[in-house]
Design a protein around this ligand. Sequence first.
Ligand code: NAD
Length: 261
Amino acid sequence: MALTGKVALITGSTSGIGLSIARELVKHNVHVVLNGFGSMQEIASLVTELSSHGKGKAVHCAADLTKEKDIVELIRFTKDTFGQIDILINNAGMQHVSPIDTFPVEKWDQILSLNLTAAFHTMRLVIPIMRENKFGRIINIASTHGIVGSVGKSAYVASKHAILGLTKVVALETATENITCNAVCPGFVLTPLVEAQIKDKMVKSGRTFEEESEFFVSDKQPSKKFVPGNEIAGACLYLLSDHSSEVRGAQLVIDGGWTIQ
Ligand code: NAD
């Protein structure tokens, strides 16, 4: 499928994995709506940078995806700006690490709201637009934590297991249409979300960032290497290509061997 001229909404794309996906898509002449937080200046230069890669134009909308009314506005903004929505990548997510008996209740609510409920809202609002166009590709960025658990990550693991279930239901409800819904499950990618966890561990261990990073990734991934962000973007490209029209409800795992053990 030629991606030129398609319109993609990528949530949480001002940093990390979402930004890697946006960079890949604009190279394929896709128009991209960036979403997420950051300084106005940094976001303005990202928009300029992304709009200079190919024919794809980038714009930004700072919707807070823990708020339903912001999500409604984000979808309206995307449709009004580009006239259609062909690709939805539910990527925005957050983490908090704490044992369940001391897990802050407001963090639980925030994580479930961003990592799971936001994707429910974006999908329920975007699918009718995709149906009108008789075309749609939805990718939910889940995690290895959608497949296995880890100590201290109750909300994150619950949200990521749930998004895989939600992916299957949406894939079934669109199974006879030219709309697919799939999940990508990354292992550790060195982004601000993971850097924060490494820095927390450094405080207790006294190790340097490099030492702690090596320990952190090797503890889970037999490869002993972080997954490069552009490999997650590459998996998305496959799910957007002509070679995956009957890939429905799949979980594409890219994790350096973490979950095969
Ligand atoms: P990141 O912290 O680098 O990026 C998160 C993005 O979400 C940022 O753009 C941020 O501004 C945005 N965001 C945060 N709160 C938001 C809100 N309320 N509304 C709108 N946007 C918001 O994180 P990342 O590591 O790139 O993670 C992206 C996705 O990949 C997440 O769903 C995460 O769970 C998943 N993931 C990450 C890893 C990893 O190792 N980094 C592994 C597996 C899955």
